[in-house]
Design a protein around this ligand. Sequence first.
Ligand SMILES: [Zn+2]
Length: 216
Amino acid sequence: MGEVRQLGRRIELISIDPHFHDISIGLYERADPAGGASYLAHTYSRVAGTDGRMADLVGAMVTLGGMEPVAGEPGVVRFPCGTGHRTAVKRIFVEAGKLADVASAEGLVPRVEDKKFELAVSVTNEGGGRYRIVAEGENERKAMRIRAIAGGLRRLAELDEVEGAEDQVAFPCGGDHDVLMALLLPRALNVRAAMREQEDALLRGVLAAPSAQAAF
Ligand SMILES: [Zn+2]
């Protein structure tokens, strides 16, 4: 028999992997009986070395997104909180696909230079899934900029607003996602570009050059 593994629903696609023989890799969502979701990275490629490339990609998702491998299920990852966070996972998958190997996926900190506004932007974990955006530096439009970044984070990961706190966002699960926040923060400074990049990757089957990651 051929491949009979239940893939689930495909939610994202790397049509051409620039780091491994231009193979296509899909990301599949699988509903959890307990109510959450897990995600499978899968390719139909039979090129020698594919298993190693897939292990690197999934390892990079774990490192970049704060996800965890699912025991006994190669290629499957989930969040420790068990919640799907589908939009965030798609972003993690695309970012992991830009990296040549798992070793490149180290060293993210939740802090970024906002060059346009001359601010140093970071996030702090306020507990209960809430994160506060902090901006250091002098700029009369600082409060507005913080609100815009909060809006960007909400879009990138389907986060909630926090009533009475425009400088905060909240994960609906109420859990900690420090690692994921470090990945999302630089993208939230220019969320339109981040979304466009994802759409372009799907449409053209071409991923942005890895050097584009540090562009903001
Ligand atoms: Zn969560």
